[in-house]
Design a protein around this ligand. Sequence first.
Ligand SMILES: [Zn+2]
Length: 135
Amino acid sequence: MPCPHCRSEDIAHWGAAHGFPRYRCGSCSRTFNVLTKTPLARLRNKERWLTFVGTMVERKSIRKSAAACGVSAATSSRWHKRFLACSTAQRAKIIREVAAAFSNASALTAVSENVSAADLAWAKELLPVVLSWLV
Ligand SMILES: [Zn+2]
């Protein structure tokens, strides 16, 4: 993945932040992650995106997605628009990193009580389907 700031491919791993691997560009010295300069940059509650993507695949309403993710309808609606604003390639890359970051045991304990572990297990099972649908 080239630097989203200057397109240089001289990048190195630079720890992690907010659950995502972070990278540093050798040319412009700026850091970034998979979300930098995409429509999904700077959104909160990323640990619930996996569940959210599952509800999108099932074509649930904004309101039902919101209930499944434990967020407001306004947030669910914003996520929906931002996900749709991503290119197919961006979405596939982002969902892979979201899955890697949040489909583990520590993420399960971090989610709100509104999202049951059963919901997340369901999202994980769905992930291969989601990925094949996106790419
Ligand atoms: Zn750069």
